[in-house]
Ligand binder design. Sequence first.
Ligand code: PAP
Length: 335
Amino acid sequence: MEASQELHLPNYMKDDNTSQETNNLISSLPADKDFMGYSLYNYKGCWYYPNTLQAVLDVQDNFRPQKNDIILASLPKGGTTWLKSLVFALVHREKYRENPQIIHPLLSQNPHDLVPFLEIELYASSHTPDLAKFPSPMIFSTHMHLNALHEATTKSSSSPCKIVYVCRGLKDTFVSGWHYKNMLHRTKMDQASFELMFDGYCRGVTLYGPYWEHMLSYWKGSLEDRENVLFMRYEEIIEEPLIQVKRLAEFLNCPFTEEEEESGSAEEILNLCSLRNLSNLEINKKGTTRIGIDSNVFFRKGEVGDWKNHLTPQMAKRIDEVVEVKLRGSGLIFQ
Ligand code: PAP
């Protein structure tokens, strides 16, 4: 597929919002192309489209989180939408329990509109966005590697904010990403594109790739700073949702009280945030999110092991080998 073909293209994939300074920087960076022919540039070990890189630089220069802010970091297709829903529902639960007449925002807004992306939304439209308009505690999200995010967070004068990270096995993440690409661009791509995308993925040349470096940055960060960096896995939330949601609440300093335990508050949150519930809401079936992406593209099957329906045994072996080598010795293991 050629980059010149008419496609529905989100702003973060474009190159029309970069400063002269960033263009100069870009011209000095290693370059490659994604499977559709769009240019990617490697900045400090991570691949970006030009507009994404501009926004990341702006986050690094201007974003200074406050003490109670929460940052949800995720591998693209690693469980972002689910984590946004769960954390929003957790930290604001008192407000909605006390006011049952208010419709819960998760029933009327897409999770991505409740928890904005730093670099894909806020800093994509302004170098210094107005962050005060979001309810406290502010919850932001990002796909940046931890070392890139730390260039902003460690410069804040406040004490460190909480960072929750979620990721997923790389074979399912790839397959989810493939379906996402087709839905995002409102097209049906062919087998040759599938194979090209797979090749770029295994080489690490994909937006925010290499994904193993992404996971490793948060894995190491969580070992070094357990109080402020929590490492979660999509598969674990699927397998033991109650345990994981309670773990999340404790990490965020809002553990479930005894009374909440008895009334089934955690179960309620899990139901509210379930794929079945969210994907059946009108708001998530129709319309677009604030950044112009169709709301329904974030919801599909949510199955562990869906890769078996799409990857050949050779493809699976290739990813497994890359991951095994790259994660070796880190203590992080993915099947
Ligand atoms: P993003 O990084 O682009 O925001 P992200 O939400 O991480 O995407 O990934 C989407 C995946 O999460 C989809 O997986 P699938 O393609 O394997 O089906 C989607 O179905 C799944 N997903 C979205 N919301 C939920 C949810 N509430 N519970 C469980 N899985 C979910």
